[in-house]
Design a protein around this ligand. Structure first.
Ligand SMILES: [Zn+2]
Length: 418
C-alpha cells in the first residue's frame, strides 16, 4: 500500500481495513503464520483485557469504546464477556488483584490479529470518557459542559471523540457529524472570532455580527455572545446587551486570550457584577484552556457553562493490555500467564451500592462486599457468542445517565475503598 494510492485520499485506515485486521501489529500476523503451519491455530485460549495503568494515576476510569469492539468481533467465532459500557473501571480490585474488564474465549488463530484494534478502541474510548467524567465531577451537575474537541483531534475520529465525551458526562458536543449521526442530537456552539473580525472591518463594528447572528439564526439556537474580541469583557458584555437586548441573550462567552487573562475567575465575577448592577442578567460561558483543575474556581465565580476542547479531546489513554490466562488442553483449562499477570478464568464482582470490586476464580463462590457486607453482582456480561453480538447497547443518553449515577458515588481522587 503506497501513500499516494488513488483509493486513499488521507493517511487513514478505511472501515474495512480495520475490520479485516490490517491495522494490526505485524508480529500477530507472524504468530498466526507459525501457528497455522504448526497446526496450532485452533488452540482454544481464554484471554483477558486488564488495565496496565490509568492516566495520571487516576483512581478510576470510565469504560468506553465497547460498541466498536462489538462491531469488530461480529462474525469472529469467539465468545466475549465485558463490563457494560460506561461502567467505572479500576486497575485492581479491593484486594489489589488486577481486574479483567473483558474476556475473550475461542481459537487463538481466529482473533490474534484483532488484539491491536481492540485495544485501540478501548484505550482511546475509555481515555476520553474517563476525562469527560472527571471534568463533570469537578464541575458538578448544574453547569453546562460542551465538548469543543473536534478541532483538537484527527477529524476521522472526531465523531468517536464526541461520542465518548458525551457518554462521559458532557451535555452536548460541537462536532456536527458526531452529534447528528452518532448521538442523535443537535450540535451545540456559539460564534467564532472570525465573524466578529469580518463585521468589524466590513460593517465598521463587530457588534453588527452579534446582531446578524440574532437576526439570522433560528430561535432555538441560544444566543451566546462572544465578548472578548476587541474590548474589555465587561465593556463588550454591556454593549452586547444594549445592541442585541437582554431578553434575547442566553449568555456571554469569554474566551479571553491567555496574554490578557490575569485572574480569569475575577474577570468572570466582574462581568456578572457589572451586568447585575445595570439590571441585566445572563449566564457566563467560558472556553479556552479549561481543565478539571481550573473548573472549580470558575464555577465558584459564577460560570454557568464550559466549552472544553483539548483536555478531553487529547485525554491520555487508558492503558489496556490483553493476555492469555488459560489454555484449553486435554479437556481442561490450564491456568497460564506471563509474569506480573494472574492466571486462570475469573469473575469480577461489584457491590452496586459501594462500587467496590472483588475478583475471584470462576470456581470460587461469590463474595460479599468487603465494605458493606452486601451482595455483589457479576460485571462480565455476555457481549459476543460465537461471532454474534448478544448484548444490547443502551442509547447514548442512557449510558451517560449510568455514568452520572456512578459519579454520584465516587470521589475525584479516591477509590471507593481508599
Ligand atoms: Zn458494598
Amino acid at each position: 500500500m503506497k501513500q499516494n494510492d488513488n483509493d486513499y485520499l488521507f493517511i487513514l485506515a478505511k472501515h474495512e481495513d480495520i475490520k479485516e485486521g490490517k491495522t494490526t501489529d505485524i508480529y500477530f500476523y507472524r504468530t498466526l503464520k507459525i501457528l497455522e503451519e504448526e497446526k496450532l491455530a485452533d488452540t482454544v485460549v481464554h484471554a483477558e483485557i486488564t488495565i496496565s495503568s490509568l492516566p495520571r494515576g487516576y483512581p478510576w476510569g470510565v469504560f468506553g469504546g465497547l460498541r466498536d469492539v462489538a462491531k469488530l468481533f461480529e462474525g469472529v467465532p469467539v465468545d466475549i464477556d465485558a463490563f457494560p459500557e460506561g461502567s467505572v473501571i479500576y486497575k485492581s480490585d479491593f484486594y489489589g488483584i488486577r481486574e479483567p474488564v473483558m474476556t475473550i474465549r475461542g481459537p487463538y488463530g481466529k482473533f490474534v490479529i484483532y488484539e491491536t484494534p481492540l485495544l485501540g478502541f478501548l484505550c482511546v474510548g475509555s481515555g476520553i470518557a474517563s476525562k469527560a467524567a472527571r471534568i463533570r465531577k469537578a464541575a458538578g451537575n448544574d453547569v453546562l459542559i460542551v465538548s469543543f474537541g473536534a478541532r483538537r483531534t484527527h477529524p476521522a475520529i472526531s465523531p468517536f471523540n464526541a461520542f465518548y465525551a458525551y457518554i462521559g458526562g458532557c451535555d452536548a458536543v460541537s462536532c456536527v457529524l458526531g452529534a447528528e449521526k452518532f448521538l442523535g442530537m443537535k450540535p451545540v456552539g456559539t460564534m467564532p472570532h472570525s465573524l466578529m473580525i469580518i463585521y468589524s472591518v466590513l460593517k465598521g463594528d463587530h457588534a453588527e455580527a452579534w446582531k446578524a447572528f440574532d437576526r439570522i439564526m433560528p430561535s432555538e439556537v441560544p444566543r451566546i455572545i462572544l465578548c472578548d474580541t476587541y474590548l474589555d469583557e465587561v465593556a463588550e458584555a454591556i454593549r452586547a446587551v444594549e445592541k442585541v437586548g437582554s431578553d434575547r441573550i442566553w449568555g456571554f462567552r469569554l474566551d479571553t486570550p491567555s496574554s490578557r487573562r490575569g485572574k480569569f475567575e475575577d474577570i468572570v465575577r466582574e462581568v456578572i457584577w457589572e451586568l447585575k448592577a445595570r439590571g441585566y442578567d445572563g449566564k457566563i460561558f467560558v472556553s479556552g484552556g479549561i481543565d478539571e483543575n481550573t473548573i472549580p474556581e470558575l464555577v465558584k465565580a459564577g460560570v454557568s457553562g464550559f466549552g472544553v476542547g483539548s483536555s478531553i479531546a487529547n485525554a491520555r489513554i487508558v492503558d489496556f493490555a490483553m493476555d492469555i490466562v488459560a489454555i484449553r488442553h486435554e479437556g481442561r483449562w490450564v491456568p497460564c500467564a506471563k509474569r506480573g499477570k494472574f492466571s486462570g478464568v475469573k469473575k469480577v464482582y461489584r457491590c452496586p451500592s459501594c462500587l467496590v470490586d472483588v475478583i475471584r476464580l470462576e470456581s470460587e463462590p461469590a463474595p460479599m462486599c468487603p465494605k458493606c457486607g452486601g451482595k455483589m453482582e457479576n460485571m462480565l456480561k455476555p457481549l459476543i457468542r460465537n461471532g454474534k453480538i448478544v448484548a444490547e447497547f443502551s442509547k447514548p443518553n442512557e449510558t451517560r445517565r449510568y455514568v452520572l449515577e456512578q459519579l454520584e458515588k465516587l470521589e475525584l481522587d479516591k477509590k471507593p475503598w481508599d
